[in-house]
Every structure is written in structure tokens, then in C-alpha cells.
Design a binder for this molecule. Structure first.
Ligand SMILES: [Zn+2]
Length: 128
């Protein structure tokens, strides 16, 4: 699943629970759940990293860096960092991406971007 949608789902959960600790705890399982939905991927690492950082930066600017939505978004996107770790250690075991998941079919990248943009827009637009 694309990084910005991971950020969006984690942020939405964080905004709902209004607890930093809970937002951080919910992030990684949300990530795994999202990856289990059949989906297309964006095979452009710099776009993925860039859009994730922009999404988090926008939320942090609007809601404050320690807002539960920002922390939830960061926690939900964090498991994808192990793709970068894989780059450093090609034979290292993956923790969050073991099942392989279903890729290349299912929710299109356009739909994911649209949903991510809508959710993030809503979260960034609404002040606490
Ligand atoms: Zn992932």
C-alpha cells in the first residue's frame, strides 16, 4: 500500500483515539492490515518517501508535531522503512512484510492517492 495512504489511515486513527500512546501502538498493526488489502504499488521510492514526508509535514504544521494524528501517521508509515533497511542488508529478515501480500491487483494507486488526499485534507483542515 502506498506510503501516503498508510500515513492517512494512521493519522485518522490517531485523530479518533486522541491518545499519543494509543496512536503509536495502533500504527504498525494498521500498516499490516492495509498491506493485506489487495492493492497496486507505486514503484518509485523517492515519490513514496517524498509524499509520506509531505503528508506528515503538512499534518505537523497544522496540528502540531506531537498531535496524536501526526504520531499515528508516522507510526503507521514506519514499517515501510524496513524496505530501506533491506537495501542496506539485502538478506535481512522482514518483520512487517513477511506474507508477501497481494500486489499488482486490487485497489489502484489512483484510488489510494485520492483517498489519502481526502483524509489528509480533512485532518489538516480541521483544527483541534
Ligand atoms: Zn508496507
Amino acid at each position: 500500500m502506498i506510503v501516503s495512504l498508510h500515513v492517512a489511515t494512521g493519522s485518522a486513527a490517531g485523530a479518533l483515539v486522541r491518545s499519543r500512546a494509543l496512536a503509536l501502538l495502533l500504527g504498525p498493526p494498521l500498516h499490516v492490515a492495509g498491506d493485506h488489502v489487495p492493492h497496486e504499488d507505486i514503484h518509485d521510492r523517492s515519490f513514496e518517501i517524498g509524499s509520506g514526508l509531505v503528508a506528515l509535514g503538512l499534518l505537523a504544521a497544522r496540528r502540531g508535531p506531537l498531535d496524536s494524528a501526526v504520531l499515528g501517521g508516522a507510526a503507521a508509515a514506519a514499517p515501510d522503512l524496513e524496505h530501506l533497511w533491506r537495501w542496506v542488508r539485502p538478506r535481512g529478515k522482514k518483520l512487517f512484510h513477511r506474507g508477501g501480500g497481494r500486489h499488482g491487483v486490487g485497489v489502484s494507486t489512483e484510488t489510494q492517492l485520492l483517498v489519502a488526499g481526502a483524509v489528509l485534507g480533512l485532518l489538516a483542515g480541521r483544527r483541534r
